[in-house]
Design a protein around this ligand. Structure first.
Ligand SMILES: C[S@@+](CC[C@H](N)C(=O)[O-])C[C@H]1O[C@@H](n2cnc3c(N)ncnc32)[C@H](O)[C@@H]1O
Length: 261
């Protein structure tokens, strides 16, 4: 850990969070009351890609992971309105990393360590999850949480601009996971595509942007340019001859791209 917090991130994060909270389901799904069988209308015509009842069902499949630290991290997200990936996507990230036998994961945009919690399970003892976030407080929180589950020694948390840290840390990586501000997605893909191991994965969250990517008239109610940036990112990955990809529509869309061997 080194650089001080980046105060500008705060405003962006909360603005984004507020919109997501207001127009979609809460960021965590565990323990949510049962929802009706028709999706709730959302402001701006945004879309929950997976039917809410189906999504709640998916969440129930991961209840065996309940443990105090995970539940606390999920409760914190709900209380603060902080956009963690949540239980269903967390379990998906773990399985993806396990499937490629990942030992070295690089995360751009770690928040307080929720997605890293799942990657830290997958990499096993001796594996490493390199985390990045602009806020020093997030690194402190991640440490407090992940120490309690005995996995902090698998974490190498850098406070600073994720793309700068990424350039500075030696690769390659078995998994590169992107969850930074969405306007930066095309840049992160350009940086990352050369540094995934052959057979390894590039994964990015929020690639459906709650349906904004399919709207005729671009809705950029979070930050100008973000919807177009996500579209550009997804198209570049889908057209890249060195990768095979699939955009999993769970929650807000998680794209997974495997580098060809
Ligand atoms: C969506 S949250 C990450 C959530 C986390 N991946 C999880 O699911 O638990 C995005 C985080 O990335 C940070 N962030 C966004 N853009 C960043 C950048 N370019 N460099 C460093 N941190 C960034 C924000 O401060 C925020 O904490």
């Amino acid at each position: 850990m080194g650089d001080p917090s980046l105060p500008w991130l705060h405003a962006v994060e909360w603005q984004w969070c507020f919109v997501i909270q207001r127009v979609t389901t809460p960021v965590t799904e565990v323990g949510m009351p049962r929802r009706p069988l028709t999706p709730r209308p959302t402001a701006h015509g945004l879309i929950e890609p997976v039917h809410p009842a189906v999504f709640d069902y998916l969440a129930t499949l991961h209840r065996r992971h309940d443990e105090p630290v995970l539940l606390e991290m999920e409760r914190e997200a709900e209380t603060r309105g902080f956009p963690i990936v949540g239980r269903v996507v967390g379990a998906f990230l773990e399985v993806m990393a396990l499937a490629v036998g990942a030992r070295r994961v690089f995360e751009l945009g770690s928040g307080y360590g929720y997605s890293a919690y799942w990657f830290s399970r997958a990499v096993g003892a001796g594996g490493t999850v390199i985390c990045t976030d602009g806020k020093a407080e997030h690194a402190r929180q991640a440490r407090a949480y992940l120490e309690r589950v005995g996995r902090w020694e698998r974490i190498d948390f850098h406070v600073g601009w994720a793309q700068d840290v990424f350039r500075a840390v030696d690769g390659p990586f078995d998994v590169i996971y992107n969850d930074v501000d969405k306007g930066d997605y095309p840049e992160v893909w350009r940086l990352a595509r050369e540094r995934v191991c052959p057979g390894g994965l590039y994964i990015a969250d929020n690639t459906l942007w709650y349906g904004r990517v399919v709207q005729d008239k671009v809705v950029d109610d979070v930050e100008p340019g973000w919807t177009e940036a996500i579209r550009e990112h997804n198209r570049a990955i889908a057209d890249d001859p060195d990768y095979d990809c699939f955009l999993n529509p769970i929650r807000d869309g998680v794209i997974v791209a495997r580098r060809k061997v």
